[in-house]
Design a protein around this ligand. Structure first.
Ligand code: ADP
Ligand code: MG
Length: 567
């Protein structure tokens, strides 16, 4: 088969341009990305071999190799993992499938200036392409485990790449970077330096569970005696499972690097949560709350779940059974001692131990949000802005944890532009005679804050919660009441504000009713097609009239939500 030349997909080309001109100053991370891919490939092969006895693959010595060739000025990252088929190389390397990267490009287009762009690049994983930050040519040779033919991919990053079938490729993937000459005399960017490579691996990839070895002529350097026989390839990473170590032994940076490896996010997480459960069913968990909500969090195909390990061995990605859907933004690792290596998703869904783990992990995450709220208002603010709308789904679906969820849920209010209050705070400051917790729902704060419904309450100094997420319509009904006070929409049904903050006497109201009886009757007739009833109201102070829904009608926002859901 001859060498074929292909064009990169448009997005891929844009990304490559960015990498080549390297507006991102921390180039070292390219190695983290390549080692991370190699590690994933080894995980996949191990698993494939476990599932399929017939797979013709060698899994006896899985590892990652780094090889420096000073003369040729190349650095090679090699793994003997799952590899890729000819078609897969085209699909996976020639296009941008990763949704995070697509999101990155979208934001980048909006950023426009270089400073904004650099900030963005620092935040998104650009994976394989980051090799082009340090190389002016990249070649990849790969053979998929179980297949006989291999594939050679090569590109200078300038719009096209070539693909070629090869006969003698070893199983797995090797990526060779032809390093840019410009970096050779800059100590900081000399990626043929053993010292430099060791430092990068230690910093970014220490926890990788497969050995990362330095091989070839450069490998023995830095050891005591010179001119000795070639040393054993040196393993650069400690391979220590961070989740199994105690928290004071592990630095914040180490946790963050693990987060980046498993989440494919380049930003630091907002919160790290560790749990080590002992007893009859032993497991360790290391969970992370990201600092930003992914753009597809509310879509059907959002990939949720944690990585599951059994006794340090990677079993699966996106294990949904370990956390409820309303914590789907949480990333992390769970390592269980007593599960079978062959455990399947179906089994996990029904396993009693898994259910216990899910309960405990849920409580642990909620407890950490609670302490974040108590100790660090700013971080909690970020958390709530990014994930509040998801967390509130739990108020509907998880009655066991409802109180814990309410304790960390806060809402905008008529009593302050930027203030957010919990139901607890609301209840504490409401006057004794107030009968209900008042709220209004709508699409935006602005639209409800200025609505005629809010007028009477504002006039009388009665606090109203302003709820603007679609899920708000639902949880208020499910929760129903708080500390014996019902949750009452001010846009629904008749509200008797009674004497609270009102100057009109009973007698005055009766007089008004008589006075307007004729007008109301006439209006009811005229509007018969559109409304059920026209009545006098004590809710308005400035606006002459407003439309009120029946207590059990759908509110407009909920109607919209159901319509959006296709119902
Ligand atoms: P990501 O790792 O976030 O998916 P990358 O750009 O790093 O994005 O890699 C793209 C895809 O290419 C990977 O998802 C994987 O399927 C494939 N790939 C990359 N490197 C390797 C490798 N060493 N072995 C096998 N497949 C790989
Ligand atoms: Mg990757």
């Amino acid at each position: 088969m001859p060498t074929e030349t292909f064009e990169f997909q448009v997005e891929a080309r844009q990304l490559l341009q960015l990498m080549i001109h390297s507006i991102y100053s921390n180039k070292d991370v390219f190695l983290r990305e390549l080692v991370s891919n190699a590690s994933d490939a080894l995980d996949k092969l191990r698993l494939a071999a476990l599932r399929d006895d017939a797979l013709d693959a060698d899994v006896s010595d899985l590892h990652i190799e780094l090889e420096i060739d000073r003369e040729a000025r190349t650095l090679t990252v090699r793994d003997n993992g799952i590899g890729m088929s000819y078609d897969e190389v085209g699909q996976l390397i020639g296009t941008i499938a990763n949704s995070g990267t697509a999101e990155f490009l979208r934001e980048l287009r909006e950023a426009k200036d270089a400073a904004g762009a650099e900030g963005l690049i620092g935040q998104f994983g650009v994976g394989f392409y980051s090799g082009f930050m340090v190389a002016d040519e990249v070649t990849l040779v790969t053979r998929r485990a179980g297949e006989t033919k291999g594939t050679r991919w090569s590109s200078r990053g300038e719009g096209t790449y070539t693909l070629q079938e090869v006969d003698d490729a070893p199983q797995g993937t090797s990526v060779t970077l032809h390093l840019k000459p410009a970096d050779s005399d800059n100590q900081l960017h000399d990626y043929t330096s053993v010292w430099k490579i060791k430092e990068i691996v230690k910093r970014y990839s220490d926890f990788i569970t497969w050995p990362v070895k330095l091989v070839g002529e450069a490998a023995g350097e830095g050891d005591a005696g010179e001119g000795d026989a070639p040393a054993e390839p040196e393993t650069l990473n400690s391979m220590k499972a961070l989740w199994a170590r105690s928290r004071d032994e592990v630095s914040e940076d180490e946790y963050h690097e693990l987060y980046k490896h498993i989440s494919h996010d380049w930003r630091d997480p907002l919160e790290t949560v560790q749990l080590q459960a002992e007893g009859t069913f032993e497991y360790q968990a290391l969970l992370f709350v990201p600092s930003h909500a992914p753009h597809d969090l509310f879509t059907q195909n959002f990939q949720r779940g944690l990585q599951l390990y059994v006794k340090r061995v990677f079993i699966m990605d996106d294990c949904e059974a370990l956390l409820p859907p309303y914590l789907r933004f949480v990333k992390g690792v769970v390592d269980a001692q007593d599960l079978s290596l062959n455990v399947s998703r179906e089994i996990l869904q029904q396993d009693r131990h898994i259910l216990m783990m899910q309960r405990r992990l849920t409580k642990k995450v909620l407890a950490s949000v609670k302490s974040m709220k108590a100790d660090d208002a700013e971080r909690y603010g970020t958390f709530w802005r990014e994930f509040g709308a998801v967390l509130k789904e739990g108020l509907v679906t998880d009655s066991d944890n409802r109180d814990a969820l309410l304790a960390v849920s806060s809402f905008a209010t008529t009593h302050g532009e930027d203030e957010q209050v919990t139901l607890e705070q609301y209840a504490q400051r409401m006057p004794d005679e107030q009968e209900a917790v008042y709220y209004i729902t709508g699409e935006s704060r602005q639209s409800i804050d200025n609505s005629p419904h809010v007028e009477a309450f504002r006039e009388r100094g009665i606090e109203v919660l302003l709820l603007t997420d679609p899920v708000d319509e639902v949880w208020v009904d499910v929760v129903g009441e708080f500390q014996g006070k019902r949750l009452q929409s001010i846009a629904k049904g008749e509200i008797d504000l009674g004497a609270q903050g009102d100057e009109k006497s009973e007698g005055e109201r009766e007089k008004q009713a008589e006075e307007f009886a004729g007008l109301l009757g006439w209006m009811t007739e005229q509007l018969a097609e559109d409304v059920k009833e026209v009545r006098l109201s004590s809710r308005l102070t400035v606006s002459p009239a407003c439309i009120v829904a029946d207590a059990d009608d759908l509110t407009p926002a909920l109607e919209n939500m159901y319509r959006a859901m296709g119902q």
